[in-house]
Design a protein around this ligand. Structure first.
Ligand code: PLP
Ligand code: SF4
Length: 335
């Protein structure tokens, strides 16, 4: 008999790394020798969407370079407080697509589950930066309702775990969610949209790999890296481990001014992804969310860049340039 004492799990390495993410801009800038750049920060932007960056991600930034492509992704520049016409709080119509609390369905056959509002990192260009996550965090009762919604709609054959970042949830919770989903016979595929293998590789541990390799679902993991420098050896290692667990790996990136909006960076990203067995999937044009206008790259510039990189890469390493347009039945191809 197992005694009925309360078992408190000891936090795992990744949970410690997650609770130690850097939230203080002074600490971030000091580590990079950029103490003098504090006044480049927007205090208002910090209040509405705080700084959040894992230590291992900071370790991949270049010392002393305010324009480092990784730093730029997390740095709340003063530009965020400018109001720009056409940049809105919910650019992709997520509020309208909530079919039951915690479920977003815009496209045929696949339903997206908002599993948590939390992320390990705060990407300044994130289209969900103003999304009322707390209202859509599934409580236990909402989970039952979400399962019912999925059971009732036989046209759905793929569930996408999203958020926030679904992998900030613990493995017990995730494994039990997947068990519930497995009981719905018309579901075939489980897709996981996550940035954690890139920004907190510690997360990919034995217990995660165990539930991934034991599920009846075909598992597709869509990671999110925008620049080759994000994929160092520790990231490469966990991507290999995921592949070995039977996961198909895809990458989605966002085309971001000052970060990857040149053909050299895009070619290097695709090559690096290929080295670690990840196929480029989407290159998204920026969703026009308030506070992110300084990252915007025009459709035409995006098309030109894709045409450029086609000359340097095999076709399968050229990502699909897309934009998300409200009310459309899929992402809209641009090139
Ligand atoms: C982007 C998105 C998907 C996935 O679209 P794919 O083209 O299948 O990658 C699914 N649901 C929602 C709500 C989305 O925004
Ligand atoms: S990890 Fe994804 S959801 Fe989270 S802040 Fe970055 S872009 Fe947004």
């Amino acid at each position: 008999m197992i005694p009925q004492t309360q078992q408190v799990d000891t936090p795992q390495d990744w949970q410690i790394a997650l609770s130690n993410v850097i939230k203080d801009p002074k600490v971030l800038l000091n580590q990079l020798g950029l103490e003098g750049k504090l006044d480049a920060i927007s205090p208002e932007a910090l209040k509405t969407f705080p700084l959040r960056v894992p230590q291992s991600y900071i370790n991949k930034m270049r010392y002393g370079d305010i324009n480092d492509p990784l730093l730029r992704q997390v740095f709340p520049l003063i530009d965020e407080s400018y109001e720009v016409e056409g940049f809105v709080a919910d650019p992709v119509g997520d509020h309208l697509a909530i079919s039951s609390p915690g479920i977003l369905q815009k496209y045929h056959g696949r339903a997206l589950l908002i599993t948590t509002g939390a992320c390990a990192i705060h990407c300044r260009y994130c289209f969900r930066r103003h999304f009322p996550y707390s209202e859509s965090n599934p409580l236990a009762s909402q989970w039952l309702q979400s399962l019912q919604t999925l059971r009732d709609d036989k046209s759905i054959n793929e569930v996408i775990l999203s958020g926030g970042d679904p992998l900030v949830l613990g493995d017990k919770k995730l494994a039990s969610m997947v068990k519930d989903l497995e009981k719905i016979p018309h579901l075939k595929r489980l897709r996981i949209h996550t940035r954690l293998p890139i920004v907190l590789p510690e997360r990919i541990n034995k217990s995660l790999l165990a539930w991934i390799s034991s599920t009846r679902f075909q598992v597709i993991m869509v990671v999110h890296a925008n620049h080759a420098n994000e994929i160092d050896e520790s990231v490469a290692k966990v991507l290999m481990a995921l592949r070995d667990s039977g996961c198909q790996l895809l990458n989605q990136a966002v085309l971001l001014k000052g970060i990857n909006d040149n053909s050299e960076s895009l070619v290097a990203l695709s090559e690096r992804l290929s080295d670690v067995n990840v196929m480029p999937y989407y290159l998204h044009l920026l969703d026009p969310v308030i506070g992110a206008s300084h990252f915007d790259v025009s459709n035409q510039r995006g098309i030109d860049l894709i045409n450029d990189i086609r000359e340097y890469l095999p076709g399968y390493l050229v990502p699909r340039l897309v934009r998300e347009q409200q009310g459309e039945a899929s992402k809209t191809p641009i090139s």
